[in-house]
Design a protein around this ligand. Structure first.
Ligand SMILES: C[S@@+](CC[C@H](N)C(=O)[O-])C[C@H]1O[C@@H](n2cnc3c(N)ncnc32)[C@H](O)[C@@H]1O
Length: 270
């Protein structure tokens, strides 16, 4: 399969691919990626309700988020996770974020594939939307599973950096980080955009400058922006071209605003 980038930086360190990651991942070489971050479909846009700007609305994040039944959804997780494991370097790690709707299937698939589980990070959202039905606890967390490629992996953990970031104390697996700030959504919105601070912490914890980071569910490109800001290389895959265009706009904004990214020449081509 010809993987012509939708967008690539002039020096080749930042690339975006348009299409189905299940098909495109197969074209990547074995053991070529240092770290994967993935925020896969939650499979929760199935007629339920949620609270948006104080109003009850139906959950519809897009066609990509509709469930095809738990067996088919699980098979999907097994397939993309298997490909990510194949392309990870021997000591590479993968981070997968999820909610109660998909994280058990994702975690089980990772166990079936023989990943070495390292941590489950609890991302605590300090200011979550209220639960309007008053029939459940307010959903204030997401889980991020961190795992190494396999049992033999000697994974990278930048322990001193995390300790420094936590005021000199060992960092715990509960991370209190606010949802994306308004400024992070100024160029356009994605229904499940992750905060840049969350991705920057993940990148800092588990990679070195120059490492290659893959995100098979690019969305608005938060992983790529974190990689760019911290001098890592990036490959993002996304089904929806409007989100790739949003990512490109965020890249240009970051190049103007972030000292580490400044000076990198970026050229786009269709
Ligand atoms: C949960 S969102 C990721 C959000 C992202 N972390 C961010 O900060 O913006 C998942 C994204 O994956 C895309 N997607 C879903 N299935 C895909 C597939 N098979 N191949 C490529 N992209 C896919 C969706 O269009 C959606 O933008």
């Amino acid at each position: 399969m010809d993987l012509k980038p939708y967008f690539q930086s002039y020096n080749g360190s930042f690339s975006l691919l348009h299409g189905d990651s299940l098909k495109m991942l197969g074209s990547l070489p074995d053991r070529s990626v240092d770290m994967v971050f993935a925020d896969p479909p939650y499979f929760l846009s199935n007629g339920g309700t949620t609270c948006k700007s104080g109003k009850m609305v139906s959950v519809d994040k897009g066609a990509w988020d509709k469930s095809s039944g738990i067996e088919t959804d699980h098979d999907f997780h097994l397939r993309w996770l298997g490909e990510c494991q194949r392309v990870l370097k021997a000591d590479g790690t993968i981070w997968v974020s999820g909610t109660q709707h998909n994280v058990y299937s994702v975690g089980f698939a990772m166990q079936q594939l023989g990943f070495k589980m390292l941590n489950d990070i609890i991302w605590h959202k300090r200011n979550p939307p209220p639960n309007l039905s008053c029939r459940y606890f307010t959903h204030a967390t997401e889980t991020i599973l961190w795992a190494a490629r396999d049992k033999a992996s000697r994974h990278r953990f930048n322990y001193p950096d995390m300790k420094t970031a936590n005021g000199g104390k060992q960092m715990q697996n509960v991370w209190s980080i606010l949802p994306p700030a308004r400024a992070e959504k100024a160029l356009g919105k994605h229904p499940t955009q992750k905060p840049l601070a969350l991705l920057e912490r993940i990148v800092l914890a588990s990679t070195l400058p120059g490492d290659l980071i893959l995100d098979p569910f690019n969305g608005s490109g938060t992983t790529g922006i974190a990689a760019l800001n911290l001098g890592r290389r990036y490959l993002g895959m996304e089904l929806d071209a409007q989100y790739l265009d949003l990512t490109v706009a965020r890249v240009h904004q970051s190049l103007h605003e972030t000292p580490a990214a400044e000076g990198q020449l970026v050229a786009a081509y269709a």
